[in-house]
Write a new protein. Sequence first.
Length: 273
Amino acid sequence: MNSPMSTNKYIHVVVMIILIICVFLSCSSKGKESSKNTKSNDSLVVYHEQGYTNDFDGTGGILVMKSLEDIMKLAEDGDMKAQYSLGICYRDGQYVSQSINKAIEWFKKSAEQGFAMAQQELGFCYYEGNGVEQSYDNAVKWYRLSAEQGYSIGEHCLGVCYERGEGVSQSYKEAAKWYKKAADKGNTLSKYNLALFYEEGAGVEKSIPKAFEIFMELANKGIPDAQCNVADYYRQGIGVKKDMDIAIQWYKKAALGGNDRAIGWLEELGIKN
């Protein structure tokens, strides 16, 4: 049978162990709390230091990563690039609660200072009626300001408005002009539309060779729509020697990219992709 003294020693040891565990858990918890307040890679936001860049835009530029806290401070201090970046965060719900109204608020602040990316983004909001009353006139206003600074996406969007006659009088010639400007900077959307113009003779002198050249360039870059167009040319022998084997090869590539027309042609030809 244990004596009262040995029992007290046992209780003392247990209490000490419990205290040590509590202290450890407390320190661990504080460590986690403090880590939340430190800047980490998880809260880094793209800041457009120079120029512009995009997946389908060849304008180039330098992208810098800054913390959300820094972006917010810069935006509040009037930095137009940070204002645009913060607008993107609110638009996409990146590290902040998603809010198209706040996104537009920051896009406007940036656009009014002349930042071309924000002007194009604001124009697109008006074009779609996203967070603002839909207005092609306002869309064109902001697209034009962006395009006149040489931002290829702004140039492309302005070209679309001229092609469709939205917010401006329809003009294939003007559309082609803006598509060319954007295409020269590497914008693949404008290149594709310009190829269609050469194919149809809309706003430019009709040229099947030029159309095919652009389609082939884009096809080699993996653009499914262009791959399907190249397949059409070989299937019909338009500007090239008719070759069903080559046509099928391109239809298969386009189909893998999800092009419905290519999928339809493979089914029509009885070819399994």
